[in-house]
Design a protein around this ligand. Structure first.
Ligand code: GLN
Length: 304
């Protein structure tokens, strides 16, 4: 498959959507990003690579970081993790409080903010140096030591993070948070603030695309079966209340973030990352979604 040709064609086809949607503004630092950017990069497990436009521009990975924290929590806790967070799709917005109240502080899945906040608490309780250990893991899985947090983005989110503060309080009230809530929130926002490019994300996610390769990065190990299960959760929960639509239109496991990034994997074939800051009403990148829909339609490659 000539992926370079495929993505060049796709780019031409998605240009009419370039002004659709709006970038996230509830995190003031993200509102400063030029919304009119697009990047895409695909890497196969055989070492082929194709990229286009701003594939090497770093952006805020936001909720994509939840895949990395899930890998760490699964490695550390194994199936014990599922006592504190579920693995069912929610059908709700990523920062919804309603279900969390009804279900007494057990988040539906690890990719909701509530689920990721519980994972932040678990990592704080189990890692010697949580901030350093998380970054070391992301760097190891990406094979790139220059990846870093953006502390301004994290601080900007903390200053305006009223809804996430409500979520952590509701969790704490229900005894699903062990650490001090301010510490948990700050660590959660810091993990969300990691910046990576499409190329870097796509290379990092090869670790999930190829479950036959040993998963062992900076002391974080997963079995092939755990990697496959992470992909199952990406498939069912990676896009919040748009997970069904993503499965329908794209047909690959993946994860999005409000920075406008989306990563998806075609197991045992490739990992692809797209980025464009303008989001639809559900918080997913408009051009990113369109590009991935065209990718699996034009190549006729999807898990279905
Ligand atoms: N940091 C963001 C938040 O907590 C992440 C949300 C997202 O990317 N969907 O709201």
């Amino acid at each position: 498959m000539d992926y370079q040709q495929v993505i060049e064609n796709i780019y031409q086809e998605i240009l009419p959507y370039a002004k659709e949607g709006k970038q996230a503004t509830y995190i003031p630092e993200l509102a400063k990003v030029n919304p009119d950017q697009f990047g895409m990069c695909i890497n196969t497990i055989y070492g082929e690579s194709a990229s286009i436009e701003s594939a090497d521009t770093r952006f805020s990975i936001q909720s994509i970081s939840k895949v990395f924290s899930l890998a760490m929590c699964l490695s550390i806790k194994g199936d014990e993790l599922w006592k504190r967070v579920g693995k069912e799709p929610s059908g709700t917005k990523f920062n919804s409080l309603v279900q969390l109240e009804l279900e007494q502080g057990i988040p539906r899945n690890p990719f909701l903010n509530s689920g990721a906040i519980v994972m932040a608490d678990i990592l704080l309780s189990t890692l010697a140096n949580p901030e350093e250990d998380f970054l070391n893991f992301v760097r190891a899985v990406s094979g790139n030591n220059t990846i870093d947090y953006n502390r301004e983005v994290a601080a900007s989110e903390r200053e305006n993070g009223y809804l996430n503060a409500a979520i952590v309080n509701l969790l704490k009230y229900n005894k699903n948070i062990d650490n001090e809530i301010e510490r948990v929130l700050q660590f959660y926002f810091l993990m969300c603030s990691v910046e990576m490019s499409c190329r870097e994300l796509s290379l990092a996610f090869l670790a999930f695309a190829n479950h036959r390769r040993k998963f062992d990065y900076a002391g974080i190990t997963l079995t092939a079966s755990q990697v496959k299960r992470m992909n199952a959760i990406m498939q069912t929960c990676g896009f919040y209340d748009e997970a069904g639509e993503f499965a329908y239109l794209v047909g690959l496991p993946g994860k999005s973030g409000v920075g406008g990034g989306i990563v998806a994997i075609y197991p045992l074939q490739y990992s692809v990352a797209v980025w464009s800051p303008r989001l639809n009403a559900k918080g997913n990148s408009v051009m990113g979604l369109k590009a991935l829909e065209l990718l699996t339609s034009e190549t006729k490659e999807s898990i279905f």
